[in-house]
Design a protein around this ligand. Sequence first.
Ligand code: ADP
Ligand code: MG
Length: 370
Amino acid sequence: MKRGIPTLDDLEARLDDLTGKRILVRTDFNVPLDGETITDDFRIRAALPTLGWLTERGADVVAASHLGRPRGAPTPKYSMEPVRQRLAELAPGVELVENLRFDPGEEANDERFVEHLIEGVDGYVNDAFGASHRAHASIVGPPKHVPSAMGRLLEREVDVLLGLRDSPKRPFVVVLGGAKVSDKLGVIEALLETVDSLLIGGAMCFTFLAALGRSIGDSLFEPDQIDTCKRLLEGGKDIHLPSDIVGLDAAGNVATWGGRVAQGGKGLDIGPGSAAAFADVITEARTVFWNGPMGVFEDDRFAAGTRAVAEAVAATKAFTVVGGGDSAAALAEFGLDDDVDHVSTGGGASLELLELGDLPGLAALREGSR
Ligand code: ADP
Ligand code: MG
C-alpha cells in the first residue's frame, strides 16, 4: 500500500497468484493521431512497465482506454485500431477493447457499463493517470467490485506530483503558461502557498498584466478573471510577469514591446529579456514544475520563449517535472524530453492532483481496498 492505495504487489498477494487471472487494465491510450497514424506513442510506451509486469506473471491482460471525444457513439475516426496495432508490437498478447467512450455509460459512470466492463474479470488495475481526474465508469467503477490496484505509471505520477506538493526542495519554482488562466487559477492559488517563485507566460500573462493596469493591445485575456489576478498579485508572493513581449503589430509584422503592448498589437510570446530572466530563476531552483508553453510555439516566430524555458528546465540541476500535453510536445520537439526528471502523461490530471492532493480515480482505489 502507498498512501492507502494498493500497488501491483498488493494485488498479486490478494489474488494469491496471477497465473491465468484475467486483469482489466485501464490505460490512457488517448494518443495524438494524424488520420490513422499515431504521431506520438509516448502514452502507449508509458503503460509498458505495468503491462509487462502482469504478463510476466502469467496474467491474461485486457487493456481498455478512451480515444478522442466520440461522445458516446461508435465513430470510425476514433477506432482503437491504430493503437491496437502499435500495442501488438510493443506488448504482444495484451488484448485491447474498443474505445470506452463509444458507450455513453463510460462518461455517465453508468453502473450497467461498469458491470459489463468487469464481466469475467478477476482484478483491475488503473494505470490511466491522464484520465484519473474523471469520475468515469472505467476509472471509479471496477474498484467497487473486484480486487484493484494502481499500476506502475499511476504510482510514479502520484509519487512525483504529491512529492512536489508536500515536500519540494527549495527554492521551488513553478512556470505556468498556455492559453487560459481560468483553467489554471485553482492550481495557482493552491501552489502559491508552497512555491517560492511563480513565473507566468503564455496567453494567461495578459490577464495578469491587465490586472496591473498595463496595456495589452489585442492580446488574449479573460476580463472576468482580472479581479482574481489582482488579488493573487497582491498576496505578497514572488510572481514574475514578462517585462517584454513579442507579437504581431497592427500591420501584421513581428514586433517586440517593453512592458506595454502597442495599440492593435497582439502578444504571442514572452520577449528575450523575460526569457532570460525566467531562465535565471529556473537555474537557481532546486525543484521546478512547468505547465503550459510561453507563447504560440507552434509558430517558429513565437517559439523562442518556450524554447528558452525548455532549455533552462533541461539544463538546471533541480528536480524537474513537466505536465501538460502541449508543454510535453514542445519539449519533445526541441529534443529535450530526456533531460527532465519526469514528464507527466496527464495535463488536467497533474494540475488537479497538485491543486487538490487527490483524484477520483485514486479515491476509488483507496475506498475499494477498505
Ligand atoms: P498544456 O497543454 O501544456 O497544458 P495549454 O493547453 O494550456 O498547455 O496551452 C497551450 C496553447 O496555448 C498552445 O496551443 C499555445 O499556442 C497557446 N498559447 C500560448 N501563448 C499564447 C498567446 N500569447 N496567445 C495565444 N495562444 C497562446
Ligand atoms: Mg493543451
